[in-house]
Ligand binder design. Structure first.
Ligand code: HEM
Length: 341
């Protein structure tokens, strides 16, 4: 495949999946913050497609998810390039790819923290029980503390061994030192399972903070001195290779927050998940579940195998004979060879 065709196919896939993301996120956001409908005899009718599609949480979710995908890609390409450099199968293109990833990460990671903050404020307005679970806040409080770590206990309705910052939650969520935050006890039984939401949120935010630090470090190390030496960059290369799959960890954790946090509702405040449970035999359920697990395991193994191949294949410049190398040097200064990255 020529470089141009490769680029065009990548662009087509990116545009196609972004359109797909638009509609999936619009639907999902409607289930979180439904608008533009009327309910007659238990049936939802659309009154305004515009309001249904562009419902209140959709812009935040779309921005947060698209940015998450770009960040995931940035850390993936940096990670694979770092592997290549550590195994000494790198060429000039490897470092260009790593610099591209570093630039993306340095800009997009802080942007993600900012979008995430706005997203959280929107969630506080529409799904306060989800926010209370994310923050592990049980009682409605003015000047609520921010719990950094702790073990939420749903029976005792408290957090064990909590490490807190006084007034922190109020400050972050209401931008007011003494702002009031509704606690979980306010919502009776209509609260999500607290511990998975609480922990998933911490994993997502933790990975996000790591992405900011590693992204800035990588950009500083790779752009400041254009140092493409494996030995002097070894610690950075190690960190980047450890972060290769960090995007997926944060994305999965984020979706756990969003979907477990919506429980016990399938459509927030209107339709319970328990009301839409279908009457299927356990054999059907086991069969489809097993089918999914097999298919996804196959896809995962194939994907890792393809990445491994890319991470270990020697750069074309390393496999050239001295004559070929001299010819190539005459032809183009630093043009990356096809497939080198
Ligand atoms: C560090 C700061 C971050 C904050 C404050 C933040 C905030 C949030 C909030 C509040 C939600 C749930 C919203 C809701 O369900 O109503 C969410 C979900 C999500 N987050 Fe984050 N997030 C951060 C970092 C990240 C990172 C680094 C990624 C991935 C690279 C990520 C990916 C996601 C995804 C995929 C979802 C589910 C889709 C959605 O509801 O937007 N987040 N985030």
């Amino acid at each position: 495949m020529s470089n141009r065709l490769h680029l065009v196919s990548c662009a087509l896939v990116a545009v196609g999946t972004s359109f797909s993301a638009f509609w999936i996120l619009s639907l999902n956001s409607w289930m979180q913050t439904p608008t533009g409908f009327r309910l007659e005899d238990g049936v939802f009718f659309v009154d305004s497609w515009w309001e249904a599609i562009f419902n209140p949480s959709f812009p935040y979710r779309l921005a947060h998810m698209l940015n998450a995908s770009l960040l995931t890609a940035a850390f993936l390409i940096m990670g694979v390039s770092a592997w290549r450099a550590m195994r000494q199968v790198d060429g000039p293109a490897t470092w260009k790819v790593m610099r591209t990833g570093a630039l993306m990460a340095a800009v997009l990671a802080p942007l993600q923290v900012w979008i995430g903050d706005l997203h959280g404020l929107n969630t506080l307005e529409h799904q306060p029980a989800k926010i209370a679970a994310m923050e592990g806040i049980w009682e409605t409080e003015k000047g609520a503390p921010l719990t950094l770590f702790g073990f939420p206990d749903e029976e005792a309705k408290t957090n064990h061994m909590a490490i807190t910052i006084p007034h922190g939650a109020s400050l972050i969520l209401t931008h007011d030192w003494n702002g009031e935050i509704q606690g979980l006890n306010e919502f009776g039984d209509d609260i999500p399972p607290v511990a998975p939401v609480f922990w998933s949120f911490r994993i997502m935010v933790g990975v996000g903070m790591l992405m900011v630090m590693v992204g800035w470090w990588a950009a500083w190390r790779l752009f400041r001195r254009r140092d493409e030496n494996r030995d002097s960059q070894l610690w950075l290369l190690r960190a980047l290779s450890v972060m290769t799959f960090s995007g997926w960890v944060a994305v999965l954790a984020g979706w756990y927050v969003t979907e477990i946090g919506r429980q016990p509702w399938i459509v927030s405040g209107l339709l319970r998940t328990s009301e839409v449970v279908a009457d299927h035999s356990s054999a059907t359920l086991m069969g489809t579940l097993f089918g999914y697990v097999l298919l996804y395991a196959f896809l995962l193994v194939s994907y890792i195998a393809a990445l491994r191949y890319m991470a270990t294949k020697p750069a074309r410049s390393l496999t050239l004979t001295p004559q070929q190398r001299a010819m190539k040097a005459e032809q183009a200064d630093d043009e990356p060879a096809q497939g080198e990255a």
